[in-house]
Design a protein. Sequence first.
Length: 163
Amino acid sequence: MSPIIAGRFPLERDAQRALEGLRHQGFAPDDLTAFFVEPQVTRAKHSPRNERESVDEHAGAFGQAIEAATRNDAAQAAAQRASQVRPLRPLRQAGTLVAVRAAEYAKRLIAVNVLQAYGARDVERADGTWIAGKWIDFDPLIPPRLVDPPAACERWISRREPR
């Protein structure tokens, strides 16, 4: 497993500029990759269960009245639950993800600073399999482990190209 720093860019041109900035900071082309991530939305789920109590069919009219009331209660409960099921925030927002393989701690700090200086959002730290310049086991369904980056250094910001 390789330590990876990644940042999401809403615009591909910003991702390309960040890749140039990372190359300028000494990262090898095999240590950099970029790819588009579709948003993965999860939904709140309810376990399926029978809301209706079982009623003895031989209970006569009294049993039928209880069964009708139970159905009504179950329908109201189901309608209430349906109104509460809403899409949650996507695990990942759509955009171009720039990933950097950085084994040394100092390189990870540089990667975080450069990605942030170029406008990366959701900068994350991951461990993954990196082969031939690609993060091959990236899983968009795994929530990102966002980093709390150090303040970006002026020397990286000053080298940033104008937009």
